[in-house]
Write a protein that binds this ligand. Structure first.
Ligand SMILES: [Zn+2]
Length: 125
């Protein structure tokens, strides 16, 4: 398979149990180690509601982040059906006044606590 980040070809190790299953990966081991996932959870109090922010990385990477679809869908499955929350996906979040105001507005619009899944929380300084 071809890694969508470094464009090198790589092979998947298969065991007897999954010998005939087709596994699809879009990222090689090397890249997986180079761009480590640091799942972080942060709770922010908004005006009337709360925002739980789940970020995947420590910093912004200029790579094809779609390769992390498995991690993304795991988070998605965990939170998707919780009626008391509104789940939103954003690429990056800065947590400055502007972003916090936007989250506040979104929570008031849906009248729910938010779960915000982002690739990373970044500093805009
Ligand atoms: Zn790679």
């Amino acid at each position: 398979m071809k890694c969508l980040i470094c464009n090198n070809y790589f092979y998947l190790k298969k065991s007897l149990l999954d010998l005939f299953k087709t596994k699809k990966e879009y990222i090689c081991d090397k890249c997986y180690k180079k761009y480590p996932i640091h799942l972080k959870y942060e709770l922010i109090e908004l005006d009337l509601y709360q925002a739980s922010i789940i970020s995947l990385f420590d910093k912004k990477y200029n790579i094809n982040l779609n390769v992390f679809y498995k991690e993304y869908s795991k988070i998605f499955k965990n939170y998707f059906n919780k009626e008391e929350y509104q789940v939103i996906f954003l690429d990056y979040l800065c947590l400055d006044d502007r972003d916090l105001e936007a989250l506040d507005g979104i929570s008031k619009l849906f009248e729910k606590n938010l779960i915000v899944v982002v690739y990373a929380i970044i500093n805009n300084q």
